[in-house]
Write a new protein. Structure first.
Length: 177
Protein backbone atom coordinates (compact mmCIF):
# COMPACT_ATOMS: atom_id res chain seq x y z
CA UNK A 1 0.00 0.00 0.00
CA UNK A 2 1.15 3.49 -0.83
CA UNK A 3 0.06 6.95 0.28
CA UNK A 4 -0.60 8.95 -2.90
CA UNK A 5 -0.59 12.75 -3.21
CA UNK A 6 -4.14 14.11 -3.29
CA UNK A 7 -4.95 16.27 -6.32
CA UNK A 8 -6.13 19.78 -5.51
CA UNK A 9 -8.93 21.85 -6.99
CA UNK A 10 -7.85 23.16 -10.39
CA UNK A 11 -6.44 19.79 -11.48
CA UNK A 12 -8.39 18.75 -14.62
CA UNK A 13 -8.80 15.14 -13.45
CA UNK A 14 -11.21 16.37 -10.76
CA UNK A 15 -13.60 17.63 -13.46
CA UNK A 16 -13.65 14.49 -15.58
CA UNK A 17 -16.32 11.81 -15.38
CA UNK A 18 -14.65 8.62 -14.17
CA UNK A 19 -14.91 5.40 -16.18
CA UNK A 20 -16.69 2.32 -14.81
CA UNK A 21 -14.47 -0.46 -13.50
CA UNK A 22 -14.65 -3.53 -15.73
CA UNK A 23 -11.60 -5.53 -14.61
CA UNK A 24 -11.32 -6.80 -11.04
CA UNK A 25 -7.63 -7.71 -10.82
CA UNK A 26 -4.56 -7.13 -8.68
CA UNK A 27 -4.22 -3.60 -10.08
CA UNK A 28 -7.71 -2.71 -8.86
CA UNK A 29 -6.96 -4.28 -5.45
CA UNK A 30 -3.83 -2.12 -5.25
CA UNK A 31 -5.86 0.99 -6.14
CA UNK A 32 -8.42 0.24 -3.41
CA UNK A 33 -5.63 -0.39 -0.89
CA UNK A 34 -3.83 2.84 -1.89
CA UNK A 35 -7.07 4.81 -1.57
CA UNK A 36 -7.63 3.37 1.90
CA UNK A 37 -4.08 4.07 3.02
CA UNK A 38 -4.16 7.63 1.64
CA UNK A 39 -7.55 8.24 3.29
CA UNK A 40 -6.32 6.93 6.64
CA UNK A 41 -3.20 9.13 6.44
CA UNK A 42 -5.30 12.21 5.63
CA UNK A 43 -7.87 11.45 8.36
CA UNK A 44 -10.73 12.18 5.99
CA UNK A 45 -14.18 10.63 5.68
CA UNK A 46 -13.84 9.58 2.04
CA UNK A 47 -11.56 9.71 -0.99
CA UNK A 48 -12.39 9.08 -4.65
CA UNK A 49 -9.98 7.64 -7.22
CA UNK A 50 -9.93 10.87 -9.31
CA UNK A 51 -8.54 12.64 -6.23
CA UNK A 52 -5.37 10.58 -6.62
CA UNK A 53 -5.33 10.98 -10.39
CA UNK A 54 -7.12 7.77 -11.39
CA UNK A 55 -10.20 8.14 -13.58
CA UNK A 56 -12.11 5.09 -12.35
CA UNK A 57 -15.43 4.85 -10.48
CA UNK A 58 -13.97 3.82 -7.13
CA UNK A 59 -14.00 5.47 -3.74
CA UNK A 60 -12.84 4.67 -0.23
CA UNK A 61 -14.76 5.62 2.87
CA UNK A 62 -13.81 5.57 6.51
CA UNK A 63 -15.19 2.26 7.82
CA UNK A 64 -15.74 3.86 11.24
CA UNK A 65 -18.29 6.44 10.06
CA UNK A 66 -21.44 6.39 12.19
CA UNK A 67 -24.05 4.09 10.66
CA UNK A 68 -21.54 2.10 8.59
CA UNK A 69 -22.64 -1.15 10.19
CA UNK A 70 -21.00 -3.20 7.43
CA UNK A 71 -17.65 -1.52 8.04
CA UNK A 72 -17.56 -0.92 4.29
CA UNK A 73 -14.29 0.75 3.30
CA UNK A 74 -14.77 1.12 -0.47
CA UNK A 75 -17.36 1.04 -3.22
CA UNK A 76 -16.90 0.45 -6.94
CA UNK A 77 -19.28 1.63 -9.69
CA UNK A 78 -21.73 3.11 -7.18
CA UNK A 79 -25.35 3.82 -7.99
CA UNK A 80 -27.38 5.93 -5.59
CA UNK A 81 -31.06 5.90 -4.71
CA UNK A 82 -32.85 8.17 -2.30
CA UNK A 83 -35.63 6.53 -0.27
CA UNK A 84 -37.25 9.86 0.65
CA UNK A 85 -37.04 13.61 0.09
CA UNK A 86 -35.50 14.51 3.46
CA UNK A 87 -32.51 16.82 3.28
CA UNK A 88 -29.66 17.82 5.55
CA UNK A 89 -27.78 21.09 5.51
CA UNK A 90 -24.45 21.22 7.25
CA UNK A 91 -20.68 21.62 7.07
CA UNK A 92 -18.76 19.76 4.41
CA UNK A 93 -15.11 19.77 3.44
CA UNK A 94 -12.95 18.11 0.80
CA UNK A 95 -9.41 16.76 0.82
CA UNK A 96 -8.93 18.35 -2.62
CA UNK A 97 -9.91 21.76 -1.24
CA UNK A 98 -8.05 21.87 2.09
CA UNK A 99 -9.16 24.25 4.79
CA UNK A 100 -12.52 25.12 3.20
CA UNK A 101 -15.68 23.98 5.00
CA UNK A 102 -19.08 25.06 3.73
CA UNK A 103 -22.65 24.36 4.68
CA UNK A 104 -23.87 22.15 1.86
CA UNK A 105 -27.31 20.72 1.14
CA UNK A 106 -27.45 16.95 0.65
CA UNK A 107 -30.05 14.24 0.89
CA UNK A 108 -30.37 12.89 4.42
CA UNK A 109 -30.75 9.23 3.44
CA UNK A 110 -29.16 7.20 0.67
CA UNK A 111 -29.03 3.64 -0.59
CA UNK A 112 -25.79 2.95 -2.44
CA UNK A 113 -25.30 -0.16 -4.52
CA UNK A 114 -22.04 -1.15 -6.09
CA UNK A 115 -19.31 -3.75 -6.04
CA UNK A 116 -16.39 -4.73 -3.85
CA UNK A 117 -12.86 -5.04 -5.22
CA UNK A 118 -13.63 -8.73 -5.73
CA UNK A 119 -16.63 -7.90 -7.95
CA UNK A 120 -19.18 -8.93 -5.33
CA UNK A 121 -22.37 -6.86 -5.13
CA UNK A 122 -22.81 -4.78 -2.00
CA UNK A 123 -25.42 -2.36 -0.71
CA UNK A 124 -25.04 0.22 2.02
CA UNK A 125 -27.87 2.23 3.53
CA UNK A 126 -26.65 5.49 4.99
CA UNK A 127 -28.04 8.45 6.88
CA UNK A 128 -26.52 11.71 8.08
CA UNK A 129 -22.73 11.89 7.78
CA UNK A 130 -22.45 8.52 6.02
CA UNK A 131 -25.04 9.59 3.43
CA UNK A 132 -23.23 12.92 2.98
CA UNK A 133 -19.91 11.15 2.44
CA UNK A 134 -21.31 8.68 -0.09
CA UNK A 135 -22.94 11.50 -2.09
CA UNK A 136 -19.79 13.64 -1.92
CA UNK A 137 -17.55 10.83 -3.18
CA UNK A 138 -20.00 9.84 -5.91
CA UNK A 139 -20.01 13.48 -7.02
CA UNK A 140 -16.22 13.23 -7.44
CA UNK A 141 -16.76 10.31 -9.82
CA UNK A 142 -19.01 12.58 -11.90
CA UNK A 143 -16.54 15.49 -11.98
CA UNK A 144 -18.56 17.50 -9.45
CA UNK A 145 -17.04 19.27 -6.43
CA UNK A 146 -18.98 20.31 -3.35
CA UNK A 147 -18.35 23.96 -4.20
CA UNK A 148 -20.57 23.39 -7.26
CA UNK A 149 -23.46 22.78 -4.86
CA UNK A 150 -23.30 26.33 -3.45
CA UNK A 151 -25.50 29.19 -4.62
CA UNK A 152 -24.02 31.71 -7.07
CA UNK A 153 -23.01 34.19 -4.37
CA UNK A 154 -21.37 31.46 -2.29
CA UNK A 155 -19.52 30.13 -5.33
CA UNK A 156 -18.07 33.55 -6.11
CA UNK A 157 -16.88 33.99 -2.50
CA UNK A 158 -15.25 30.57 -2.58
CA UNK A 159 -13.56 31.16 -5.92
CA UNK A 160 -12.16 34.47 -4.71
CA UNK A 161 -10.79 32.79 -1.58
CA UNK A 162 -9.34 29.88 -3.54
CA UNK A 163 -7.71 32.09 -6.16
CA UNK A 164 -5.85 33.85 -3.35
CA UNK A 165 -4.58 30.58 -1.87
CA UNK A 166 -0.97 29.83 -2.74
CA UNK A 167 -1.67 26.17 -3.61
CA UNK A 168 -4.44 26.68 -6.16
CA UNK A 169 -4.59 27.17 -9.89
CA UNK A 170 -5.79 30.70 -10.76
CA UNK A 171 -7.97 29.30 -13.57
CA UNK A 172 -10.55 27.92 -11.13
CA UNK A 173 -14.18 27.82 -12.08
CA UNK A 174 -17.30 26.06 -10.86
CA UNK A 175 -19.07 23.40 -12.82
CA UNK A 176 -22.59 23.93 -14.16
CA UNK A 177 -23.74 20.80 -12.26
Amino acid sequence: MTVIDIRKVGDPVLRQVAEPVTVFDAELHRLVDDLGETLAQSRGAGLAAPQIGVGLRVFAINPDLPGNDLGLDHLINPGLEFPDDEEQYGPEGCLSIPGIYLDTRRRLNVVARGLTKHGDPVQIVGAGLLARCIQHETDHLDGVLFIDRQDAEGQERILTTLREAAWTDARLQVSPH
